[in-house]
Design a protein around this ligand. Sequence first.
Ligand code: SAM
Length: 193
Amino acid sequence: MARKMKDYYFKLAKKEGYRSRAAFKLKQINKKFKVIGSESIVVDLGASPGGWSQVASEITSGKVVAVDISPMPPLDGVEFLRGDITNEETLNQLKEIVKEADVVICDASPNLSGRWSYDHARSIFLAENALKIAENLLKEKGNFVVKVFQGDLLPSYVREVKSKFYFVKLHGPKASRKESAEIYVVAKGFKKR
Ligand SMILES: C[S@@+](CC[C@H](N)C(=O)[O-])C[C@H]1O[C@@H](n2cnc3c(N)ncnc32)[C@H](O)[C@@H]1O
C-alpha cells in the first residue's frame, strides 16, 4: 500500500510537471492550513530539486526565494541561493535578498545514515536552524512549516515553536510514505518580539 501511494504521487508529479513527489505534500498542507497566501513572500529552505518552490510560486504572486546546499535547476519566478541553512552566512545573504518574509517553509533532510536516533537528531538540528531563520525573517503573524523526523527530541522542539507562534499543529500529509518517520510542524501567527 505504501509503495502504491509512493508510485501514485511519483507518477502524478511526472504527469503534472512537478520536480518532486514532495510538491503534493506542500499542496496538501496549504489546502488544510492556508499558510501561503496569494501575495506572500516565501522562503523555501532545503528546496532542491524545487517541487515546493514550484507549488509556492503557483500560489503567490510575491517573491519566492529557494535555498539549498545542493544546486537547483533554474525555475521561473524563483530566486535561488546556494547555501547551508546551518551557516550564519546563509542567513545574512537571505536578509539581503528579502528583508522580511510572510512564510518560511523547510523540507530539508539530512543524508540518511539508517541509524534512527542519529538521523532524528540531525533532522532536529536542521529544524532548529530553520526556526532561527524564520525568527529573523518573518513578519509579525508570519507562518512557518518545517519537516522533522519523529523521535524523542521532537516534543521539546514543538514546545519551542509553540512559544513563538500562536497556532502550532503536527501534520502527516497523505503524500508522505506511510512507513516514513517524517512529520511536518505547521506554525501560524509569528509573535515578533
Ligand atoms: C527532500 S529534499 C527537498 C525536496 C523539495 N522540497 C522539493 O519539493 O523538491 C531535501 C533537501 O534538503 C537539502 N539540505 C539538506 N541539508 C541542508 C542544509 N544544511 N542546508 C541547505 N539545504 C540542505 C538537500 O540538499 C535536499 O535538496
